[in-house]
Design a protein around this ligand. Structure first.
Ligand code: IVH
Length: 738
């Protein structure tokens, strides 16, 4: 038996990168030798348990040092031994795994190796198609009739699951058409769609049944049912993408064979294309990656294959994977980390939001240190409809957690590793006082539904520094008052220095130039200290005093000019800037349009707040509901808010709202699609409407212009099909002068 080596037990966390690299190489040698002994010589050299322990260690080191993972990592070669209970099937041609590529360079190496064998400068073509995250299956047809269906197992021996596979609608019992060989083994992936997965989860929840983790595991469980009627009750799908033993091949290329498979009644993935260059492969990879979230089933990469079959033999194989194909994997989007602390942040509306502080971990190519925990029920393991989250497990400081990052969404904690919970971990106690101002923090009861709000809020309002600062940040933001260059940092500085407490104070800053200058000097001194460390910062300043003074003067003038430039803000932006709960950019624009002036809006709201009826006081505005009106009334019922507004109105004069008839988009119908980076969707809509455009939700022949941001999907396609002009966000801003 192979020795595990003296350092087999060294703690992975204490390995240096060099040690980890050496350890990976050593483990790989031992594991490959064991594979050969087991599979090819039929003479195992080590026990299964030892083998598994070494493999686990190999995978853990790779997970801890992802940068050391090589495209030919053993982690691409994990195969499960055939389970007991089903008859064993020895594959006539082994079911191989694929080598992995993680970077563009890995793809370049694969491409160069493969094309290097093309003779006489012939162009080599490759297919590129999604790598389906399901389970591979092999289907043997004799004289066009399905006679055997098997799992991959360990690649050499799988399980006979013919009866279960026969319940899948995508798998024909008899091949359609004609021209099939006497015998052919068709290979592909069994998977469960997101829609079916959600439906199954819902059906199970309705009868208090088990929870399902992900579509892949669920598909695997469904396939391995002893009773085929259980498999049949869960809709599974199948994509054909390869073949095993065949008495003859129906075409000399991958694409040609796939066309035949289609004709015989199989589903072949529609995103399969032919590429002639490395750049074309990478372009297809990015195209598929961009569509990943909307495909309706899980994929974890893109598979490239040499198209011409005769070239494959020349390129060859290595261990248990071909060298003529590769799986270009997407960056992993889940990882485990440790929950070090739970911090509470207080937002503009007083909401106490718990934030997870995590041991830094790379998820989907990005280092994640924080994740939102939403609210206290979420920490307890209770979802928004009272359903259990993470199997009902609460989150405790010290827990090992599974972190997920999907696309651009903020990272989420989707699971807790139960057996790694420290013995002394205690349930988290959510504070009932605001951590910033000490006021009581309460969960309101929704007047309408009688339900307790999920969010706990600080009752300190503007006496709470956190709420005041957040409200000021909102006030100056781009979609609100849009005071150029007056960012969050300045808000924090001037608030801390006592220069700005209320929005009106911002407009009084130019009268306090000396104090503002002092605050800016103080900050840059502090920044220098932070940068250099205390001792060095005390050294004489290399920049002469006058140059520095001039620079400061320019900074001050710029800031004051930006403030002066916003003394006549657009009415909708001004209303939005007030920060009334539930009044977003779109609603603010509706109010602006309805009331035209701030005085009309203020007077009506004050009347409603003084005991009038919001329904009769406020004209009915389509798109403005009860919750919005109630919060406008509550805002104006608070004398501090009215005083702050009036103080502000002594400084600024919001321009009456008039719909422009002269703008380049007046009278046009515009559609926004994809994500916008410089403004919210609501603000973009409000801006377009102010300029006299109509904003529609879908593209039709009546659409004049489409503004498309990253991630735009079907609307963009519709626009292209209809020949409607498409511009991006920057072009839009240039067009409307924003
Ligand atoms: S081709 C010799 N194409 O990925 C190559 N495999 O990591 C045969 N997979 O075991 C496989 N989508 O289960 C191929 N479009 C695709 C695939 C695919 C998913 C799976 C398959 C294979 C594993 C290798």
């Amino acid at each position: 038996m192979t020795s595990l080596g003296p350092d087999a037990g060294v703690d992975i966390e204490s390995l240096s990168e060099d040690q980890a690299r050496a350890e990976l190489a050593r483990l790989e040698g031992v594991l490959v030798a064991a594979d050969v002994a087991y599979h090819q010589k039929d003479a195992p050299e080590m026990s299964d348990a030892d083998y598994d322990a070494l493999k686990r260690r190999y995978l853990s080191i790779e997970a801890a040092f992802p940068e050391l993972r090589r495209p030919d990592s053993l982690s691409g070669k994990v195969g499960a031994p055939a389970a007991e209970g089903f008859a064993k099937v020895r594959h006539q041609v082994p079911m191989l795994s694929l080598l992995n590529a993680f970077t563009d360079d890995d793809v370049a190496r694969f491409f160069d190796t493969a094309t290097g064998i093309a003779e006489g400068g012939a162009t080599m073509q490759f297919t590129a198609e999604p790598k389906i995250d399901g389970l591979s299956a092999s289907l043997t047809y004799r004289a066009g009739v399905l006679v055997k269906g098997a799992t991959r197992g360990d690649g050499l021996v799988g399980e006979d699951i013919t009866r279960n596979l026969m319940t899948i609608a995508d798998i024909p019992h008899r091949l359609a058409g004609a021209g099939w060989p006497d015998e052919i083994e068709i290979r592909g992936e069994v998977y469960m769609s997101h829609a079916e997965f959600q439906a199954l989860k819902a059906r199970s929840a309705a009868v208090g049944g088990q929870d399902y983790v992900n579509p892949r595991n669920t598909a695997a469980g469904s396939l391995r049912q002893k009773d085929p009627s259980v498999t049949a009750s869960r809709k599974l799908n199948f994509f054909a993408y390869a073949w095993g033993a065949a008495s003859s091949l129906p075409a000399p290329t991958q694409m040609g064979v796939m066309d035949r498979f289609r004709a015989w009644g199989f589903a072949v993935n529609p995103l399969t294309v032919l590429c002639q260059s490395r750049d074309a492969l990478l372009a297809h990879y990015r195209m598929i990656e961009a569509q990943r979230a909307t495909l309706g089933y899980d994929i974890d990469g893109v598979v490239y294959k040499v198209d011409r079959v005769e070239w494959r033999d020349r390129i060859g194989w290595r261990a248990n994977a071909p060298l003529w194909a590769i799986a270009h994997k997407f960056p992993p989007e889940q990882a485990t980390s440790v929950l070090d602390a739970i911090d509470i942040q207080v937002g503009r509306t007083g909401a106490l939001t718990p934030v997870a502080r995590l041991r830094p971990v790379t998820v989907g190519g990005v280092v994640v240190e924080n994740a939102t925990l939403h609210n206290e029920d979420y920490i307890k393991g209770i979802g928004s409809d009272g359903e259990p989250l993470r199997g009902g497990m609460d989150l405790r400081v010290g827990d090992t957690v599974v972190v997920q990052r999907a696309g651009d969404v903020i990272p989420q904690i989707i699971g807790v590793v139960a057996d790694k919970r420290p013995a002394d971990a205690v349930p988290y106690v959510f504070p009932d006082r605001c951590p910033i101002c000490g006021s009581a923090a309460v969960r309101d009861v929704n007047e309408k539904t009688g339900k307790v709000d999920a969010v706990r809020r600080c009752t300190g309002e503007m006496s709470c520094a956190a709420q005041a600062v957040e409200q000021l940040k909102h006030f100056v933001a781009r979609d609100a008052m849009d005071i150029d260059g007056f960012g969050s940092e300045n808000v924090e500085l001037f608030f801390a220095e006592g220069l700005v407490q209320h929005p009106a104070d911002i407009f009084r800053l130019p009268q306090r130039a000396d104090a503002v200058r002092d605050a800016l000097v103080k900050r840059s001194r502090q920044q220098a200290l932070d940068r250099k460390g205390g001792a060095e910062a005390a050294e004489p300043d290399p920049q002469p005093g006058k140059a520095k003074g001039d620079q400061r003067q320019r900074q001050l003038e710029k800031l004051f000019a930006a403030i002066e430039a916003r003394r006549a803000p657009e009415l909708d932006k001004f209303i939005f800037a007030l920060g009334i709960r539930h009044v977003g950019a779109t609603t603010a624009a509706l109010f602006a349009k309805t009331f035209s002036t701030i005085e009309a809006f203020r007077d009506t709201a004050l009347q409603a707040a003084a005991g009038g009826d919001i329904h009769t006081d406020f004209p009915s505005i389509s798109g403005v509901g009860e919750a919005v009106l109630a919060s406008v009334r509550d805002f104006f019922a608070n004398p501090r808010n009215v005083a702050a507004l009036d103080a502000l109105l002594a400084e600024v004069r919001p321009a009456p709202y008039v719909v422009s008839a002269e703008s380049p988009v007046a009278g046009q119908t515009v559609v926004f699609t994809g994500s916008l980076e410089k403004m919210t969707r609501g603000a973009a809509k409000a801006m377009a409407e102010r300029l006299g455009a109509k904003v529609a939700g879908s593209v039709s022949k009546n659409t004049n212009l489409v503004v498309a941001g990253p991630g735009a999907g079907s609307k963009l396609k519709d626009a292209e099909a209809l020949g409607i002009p498409v511009i991006d966000e920057d072009q839009w801003l240039a067009l409307v002068g924003g």
